[in-house]
Design a protein around this ligand. Structure first.
Ligand SMILES: [Zn+2]
Length: 129
C-alpha cells in the first residue's frame, strides 16, 4: 500500500494523486447510494413476488447490501486517507502546499521522507494503512 503511495507521489505528484483519491472516493459514495436504491427496489419486489421469485429477491437484497457496505467502507477509507495526506502535504517552513519530492521511505514504519521543492526543507510523512 505504502509503496503504491510512494510510486504515485513520484509518478503523478501529490496534487493529482489527491484529486484522483477524491474522485474515486466519491464514485464509491455514488455506488453505495445506487446500492441502497437497488436494495429498496428488491425489498419492494419481494412483497409482490411469489415462490422462486421471492428467493431471487432475497438474493438481490443480500448482494445489494454487500456491495453497498463495501462501497461505503471504501468511500470512507479513501476520503480519510486523502485528508490525512493533505494535512501533511504542506511544507512546515514555507507552507507551500503539495509541492514536494520523495527522497526516501521506510515501509516498516510507514513513513515517507519528503523535501519541499521551494525551500528544500525535509519532513516526514506518516501514511495511514
Ligand atoms: Zn518549503
Amino acid at each position: 500500500m505504502e509503496n503504491r503511495l510512494v510510486d504515485s507521489f513520484k509518478r503523478i505528484g501529490f496534487r493529482k494523486w489527491y484529486e484522483r483519491q477524491l474522485l474515486s472516493s466519491h464514485a464509491h459514495m455514488v455506488l453505495a447510494f445506487l446500492s441502497v436504491i437497488a436494495l429498496v427496489a428488491s425489498m419492494e419486489a419481494f412483497r409482490t413476488a411469489q415462490g422462486d421469485a421471492q428467493l431471487v429477491d432475497v438474493m438481490f437484497v443480500v448482494v445489494c447490501a454487500a456491495i453497498g457496505g463495501w462501497a461505503m467502507r471504501r468511500y470512507v477509507f479513501l476520503l480519510m486517507r486523502a485528508e490525512q495526506a493533505a494535512n501533511q502535504a504542506s511544507c512546515p517552513d514555507c507552507g507551500d502546499y503539495g509541492r514536494f519530492q520523495v527522497v526516501g521511505h521506510r515501509p516498516r514504519l510507514q513513513e515517507i521522507d519528503l523535501r519541499c521543492r521551494k525551500c528544500s526543507r525535509d519532513w516526514i510523512f506518516s501514511s495511514l494503512q
